[in-house]
Design a protein around this ligand. Structure first.
Ligand code: GLN
Length: 190
């Protein structure tokens, strides 16, 4: 598994994936993608990360591998923005492989950051502790997108094929169920 290591909470994702039993590599160049089954795009600042991805020449190879179905992607928070087809509120350079429209920083100033116990039926009965930090709001999802969890009427965890995106930060809690869910998507055949 790779973690896009240009900016943001890279170490937390490396730790969570390692704890979930994955072999982990930091990704900074197209060469780092070789042999990877999955890549996590961490939270951070999506404009900064998107510009660095562009400069590093990572956008095209990642789009190609995502389209060919040979690489599973998991975008968390800023990473979700980098996967989104449409972005409102300052669109950064990005992959655009996930058929969703997101609006950056749209939960509002008063609730910049918050934590909730989020029911995620696909992960079992116990809710997931979801940490939101200046999170994007998902405004629309395309027909091929499965909504795995919603909060206050907005999707906050979605899946399209082998790609996963969350508006919250699964790497900041001890619960590894969501990280394991991604590993299952990334390592299953086809
Ligand atoms: N607000 C950030 C952005 O728009 C994302 C925040 C995060 O990743 N925690 O890029």
């Amino acid at each position: 598994m790779g973690v896009l290591a240009l900016q943001g909470d890279v170490e937390e994702h490396r730790t969570a994936l390692t704890r979930a039993g994955a072999e982990v590599r930091s990704v900074r160049t197209p060469g780092d993608l070789e042999g990877l089954e999955g890549l996590v795009l961490p939270g951070g600042e999506s404009t900064a990360i998107g510009r660095m991805m562009e400069r590093a020449g990572l956008l095209e190879p990642l789009r190609a591998r995502a389209a060919a179905g040979t690489l599973a992607l998991f975008g968390t928070c800023a990473g979700m923005i980098l996967l989104a087809r449409e972005v409102l509120g300052g669109a950064p350079p990005r992959l655009g492989v996930l058929d969703v429209t997101v609006e950056r920083n749209a939960y509002g100033r008063q609730v910049d950051s918050f934590e909730v116990d989020l029911p995620v039926p696909a992960l079992g009965e116990a809710p997931v502790r979801a940490v939101f930090i200046r999170a994007p709001v998902v405004r629309a999802v395309g027909p091929g997108v499965e909504v795995l969890a919603t909060w206050r009427g907005h999707p906050v965890l979605v899946r399209q094929g082998r790609h996963l995106a969350s508006a919250f930060h699964p790497e900041l809690v001890d619960d590894l169920r969501l990280v394991r869910h991604f590993l299952t998507l990334a390592t299953r055949a086809g």
